[in-house]
Design a protein around this ligand. Structure first.
Ligand code: GLP
Length: 241
């Protein structure tokens, strides 16, 4: 695992966006795996700027988002699809047909997960997967458990994750308790992985990740078996290592 330290969140966002832009320049029709949450917001901001001011084009890029809340449709304000639309897609030249998402409202969830897995495979696999990390070490919505599912699946959110994600919802709204997520196996099939961690609240998870052990009790530890993972962190997240 390669480590890149940055001073603060701003520098991390800049570095992450440059990394992603580098991938697009290298292969304009690349397949990107993308995360949501607070961490990548700065990176998406910089990407939009690179598109608007420096001519970075996403016209040939295909994207595959990591996860989606179960029961939330594309037009739901709190769906991850809507998050991506607001923070990236509507500001760049990506083609609608190249955006791939789980359908949180699919009736047959198993079939939906198959469809998504098949689409990734048929597109030639993910070239670069960008990830955030949960405070408890979750990746996507692969929560700490006795065992993990390797492929895309429906999963229960951990209590801690529901609490952490409440900030994205209005007070009276409930965070959905279930989500569709890529499995750790889906993620590990990516050619390269860039994991972002920022802030004090991620310091424990980063410390755990440094231990050279792999356990479903800490899903992010599975990234240790991948040969091309870069961990990009800021000073606060590096506090405990
Ligand atoms: C969420 C998402 C993850 C994300 C993680 C960290 O629950 N499902 O994909 O990486 O939690 O989010 P944040 O960056 O907001 O801390």
């Amino acid at each position: 695992m390669r480590l890149i330290f940055t001073d603060n969140y701003k520098m991390l966002s800049l570095r992450a966006a440059r990394y992603l832009a580098g991938q697009i320049e290298l292969k304009p029709d690349c397949n990107l795996g993308l995360p949501t949450g607070s961490t990548p917001l700065g990176m998406y901001d910089v990407l939009v700027r690179l598109h608007q001011e420096e001519g970075l084009s996403l016209a040939e890029v295909s994207t595959f988002n990591l996860d989606e809340y179960q029961g939330l449709g594309r037009d739901h304000p709190r769906s991850y699809y809507n998050y991506m639309k607001e923070n990236l897609f509507q500001h760049v030249d990506i083609k609608e047909e190249n955006i791939n998402f789980f359908d949180g409202t699919a009736e047959d969830i198993e079939q939906e997960c198959h469809r998504f897995e098949n689409k990734i495979a048929a597109s030639g696999g993910i070239d670069l997967m960008i990830l955030g990390i949960g405070r408890n070490g979750h990746i996507g919505f692969n929560e700490p458990a006795e065992e993990l599912r390797s492929h895309s699946h429906l999963t229960e959110l951990a209590e801690e994750t529901i609490k952490a994600n409440q900030r994205f919802f209005q007070e009276e709204e409930e965070v959905p308790g279930q989500a569709l997520t890529m499995g750790m196996g889906t993620i590990l099939k990516s050619d390269r992985i860039l994991l972002l961690a920022s802030g004090q609240s991620k310091a424990w998870a980063v410390k755990e990740l440094m231990k050279k052990r792999v356990s479903p009790r800490f899903p992010a530890s599975f990234l240790r078996v991948h040969p091309r993972v870069t961990l990009l962190i800021d000073q606060e997240a590096a506090d405990k290592i």
